[in-house]
Design a protein around this ligand. Sequence first.
Ligand code: IMP
Ligand code: MG
Length: 172
Amino acid sequence: MEEKISVLISEEEVENRIKEMAEQLSKMYKGGTVHLIGILKGSVMFLARLAMHMTVPVTMDFISISSYGNGTSSSGTINMKKELDQDIEGKEVVIVEDILDSGRTLNYVMAYLKSKNPESLKVITLLDKPERRVFEVDLAMTGFQIPDRFVVGYGLDYAEKYRNLPYIGVLD
Ligand code: IMP
Ligand code: MG
């Protein structure tokens, strides 16, 4: 079945905002190296565009977590499906996430990464649904705050589809 999707944030708006975020991050970490950690698979498009616009040296790694099933509501359980490849001790780490919803995923990931002794640990997210927060998460930067709607595109999926849309859309 094909779902109907309407544009919430256009491709141009997303690109412009990511560029701004990259510039801001580059200023924050001037003189250093930023180790970006993406949470698969949703953060891939955001992380790639962000990294391309950054002007400080960047390294990257990915972890994979599952907290959602194939539907549109959280299953409430989290498991780690792919660990870090590289040690993060002493590194300036930035977790890159597609969307902050209940906060369950980032809470878990933050605690996990903190225990590995990075020099610093910050979180940035492309999208934030503040109305849905259950677990508090301290965000260093947010792309866009959005209403409590299920969104797809720019890495975000509905049953693994629509990750490749170059804009943020809403499922009707
Ligand atoms: P949280 O653990 O409830 O904060 O959920 C975060 C994760 O749920 C995100 O990384 C997404 O993978 C997924 N998610 C939350 N809201 C949406 C949405 O609107 N569209 C697609 N995925 C979502
Ligand atoms: Mg995700």
